[in-house]
Ligand binder design. Sequence first.
Ligand SMILES: [Zn+2]
Length: 233
Amino acid sequence: MTQLDLLWEYQQADTEADNMAHSIRQSPKRQKLLKLRDYIRDQQESLKTLENELVAMSDRMDALKDAVSLADDQLKQLQKRVESEPAQTSQQIGQYVAEADQLNLTLGDYEQEIRRVRKSAEDRDRKQRDIKVRAIKSKEEFDALRVEYDQEFKEKSEVLDQLRLAAEEKKKGIEPEYLARYTAIKQHCTPPMAKLLNGQCGGCNMGFPSSVLAAIRSGKQVECETCGRLIIG
Ligand SMILES: [Zn+2]
């Protein structure tokens, strides 16, 4: 067996191991786990945002209550003033009425805002509860799937280990120079070797000039100029 033949056999074993590694990474269970993990993370983000909004609303509510009691006090003081200094002229009456109207308007605005804030806080409370319920379900689903995936991963990893071992075995007898070539090509092209098929590169189908064909047939190390693969005749 030539070095290229040995390397070709190694490539079969190496590719098989790589395919298994790929199948482990692409496992539908794993993909679903990753999706669930992202979903749970999004839920936690939403909960955090809602919590911050609720804190801000509760602060605003406190401020509004203070403002209402201040306006209430001002209204009471006005009432006392009206009693202790009754209006003498229509101008004074007008002033008292204007002050009272202004205070009542302010109070009305505050009360409207209080109702609005209370309503949004209730909406957020409801949203928060819904998300928490869904988050518990997602977490349960995640944990159950995790157990299944761990089992699958363990089994497939054992197979992968065996395939990697088999590939290592196939390295025996191959000169380091050939293995280094193989590894270097594999960085940008997989699989790194291709057969010569009808005078063309079996990897990318480019035709070779006759001088290159002769070199390939004589067993020289030839790389396809187009795809970079090592060609075996
Ligand atoms: Zn090629």
